[in-house]
Design a protein around this ligand. Structure first.
Ligand code: FES
Length: 106
């Protein structure tokens, strides 16, 4: 699927991501090196660091937040109404055309 990711410098990247690799959005950002090493995915995708926070810009219906994601976002910085943790967003065919922006590093 095609996903648009705006990095922390405001640069837009359109990437093609396979849906059969059980990846999440944080891993996509890492695999395309859209954020410097060590600034995203710090907790390894456990919903415990918020380094993978991103803003959902498109109107996709995403899976509901689980308690751990909600709890982490309730204490993270720069949280907006459309904030999600990238590591909790699994890449599925429904996300074709998704557009997200990485939250500032915190
Ligand atoms: Fe730590 Fe997502 S990688 S919360």
């Amino acid at each position: 699927i095609k996903i648009t990711i705006i990095d922390r410098e405001g640069i837009t990247h359109k990437v093609e991501v396979p849906t059969d690799m059980a990846m999440n959005l944080m891993e996509v950002v890492r695999s395309f090196e859209l954020a410097p090493e060590g600034t995203i995915g710090v907790c390894g995708g456990m919903a415990m660091c918020a380094s993978c926070q991103c803003y959902i810009k498109s109107n996709h219906e995403l899976p509901e937040m689980q308690d751990d994601e909600e709890a982490m976002l309730s204490e993270a910085f720069y949280v907006e109404d459309n904030s999600r943790l990238g590591c909790q967003i699994h890449i599925t065919p429904e996300l074709e055309g998704l557009e997200v922006e990485l939250a500032p590093e915190s």
